[in-house]
Design a binder for this molecule. Sequence first.
Ligand code: S3P
Length: 433
Amino acid sequence: MENTRFQLAPQGRCTGQLDPPGDKSISHRAIMLASLAQGTSEIRGLLPSGDCLATLEAFRNMGVQVHWLAPDRLRVHGAGLHGLQAPDGTLDMGNSGTAMRLLAGILCAQAFASTLSGDASLNARPMQRIADPLQAMGADITLSVAGTAPLEIRPCETLDAIDYVLPVASAQVKSCLLLAGLYAKGRTCITEPVRCRDHTENMLHTFSCAIEREDRRVCLQGGGELAATEIDIPGDLSSAAFFIVGSLISQDSHLTVKNVGINPTRTGALEILRQMGAKIDIRNERNYGEEPVADLVVTSSSLHGIDIPQNLVVDAIDEFPILFIAAACAKGITQLNGAKELRTKESDRIHTMVSGLQTLGIRAEERPDGVTITGGEFGAGTVDSGGDHRVAMAFAMASLAASGTITVADTGAVATSFPGFVESATQLGLLFE
Ligand code: S3P
C-alpha cells in the first residue's frame, strides 16, 4: 500500500454538509448476495473502496459478471448459489476481515478448492473463530498454526446445518455461518451472546430468503435460492463518525450529515457521545429497504468524560478510535472496559490509539480490555496509524482541537473504507498542509 501521510494545521473547522460514502458492511453483503442470486440486481450507493473492491474482484474471479453504471452504482448478473466457478489463483482479500470471513462461509460449500489470503494485517487476525464452527458443519478448511490466514478450503462431502452459540459477539462469524447455512443440509441457527449488527439478516430477507429472527437467535433453512433485487445502501455512520466528532470538538461548527444509516446495532457511538454532552439531532428518519436512514445535525459541544456503558460497546465497536479523540477533548476522565475485541481489528486499536494520544500529550492508559483517558489539549506531533484506516482518520480530526501541526504517518489504508476522506475533510474546513 502507498506510504502516504497527513499533515494538518491546527484549529480548522468541520462545518457544512457531509454526504457520507456508502456503508462498508452493507456494501460487502450487497455484492455477495447479488452475486449468489438468480437474476440481475442493481446496487445504488455502493462504497467503491479497497475493501469492497476486494470482495467484488473475488466474485468476478469466480465468473460473476458486473457492469458499473456510475462510480457508486453496480449491476450484478447473479450466478445463482451453485453457479460460481473455480477462481484463478489465490483470492486476495486485502485488508478486509469482513470480506475474508464472510466469503469463507460461501467457499466451504463450493465444489472447487480455494485459498483466501490478505495483507499483513489481515493475515495476522484471528480466523479460528470461523474455522471451528465451519469444521463442525463438515467443512474442509485449514489455517496457519497460529490460527490465521491464508485459509485453505477444499470441497467437502456434505455441509450439515449447525445450531451454534457464538462464543464472541461477532457479526462476521454470524454472517459467515448464515452464508454457509444457505448451502447446508437442514436448518442453521445462530445465537449471539450480545446483539450484533444485523445487516446480513436484513439483506438475506431483501433477497427473498425466509430467515427467522427472534431476539438474539436467527435461523435459516438450507437448500433455497436467492432472488435478485434492487438495493439502496445508506451512508456509512462509521465514516460519518469522524466528522461528527470533528464538528463537536471544533469551534463554531455546524454539520449536517445526509442519508446516513442509523441501524440500532450501529448507533452506540451516537449514544455514547450524547452521554458525553454532544448535541446531535436525528431528523428525517426513513428506510432504505430494511435499513433505517436519517439526516443528523451536529453542533460544537462541550464534552465531559463518562464511564462507557457496557451495553453500548458492541454497537460502537468501530467508532472507538474517534471516540477516544472525543474523550481526549472532554473535561474529566473517560473509561472503557470490556472491549478486548479492539485488539483484533485492523490494528490493535487499544495500543495504537493510546500510543498516539500519549505522543500528542494526552494522559491515556491501556488495560487488556480497555482504556482510561483524561481530557487535555492536543499538542503538535507525529503519530503512526499502524496502517489502520480508522486510526489515521481519528488522528486527522485531533488537529481540530490541537495547539500545533499534527502529522499522521502511514495513511494509505484510509482508501480501504473512505477513498474521498481528504476531499470531504478539506471541503468541511480541515487544514491539510
Ligand atoms: C463487521 C463486523 C464487526 C466490525 C467490522 C465489520 C461486519 O466485526 O468491527 O468492521 O461487516 O460484519 P466483528 O464481527 O468481528 O465484531
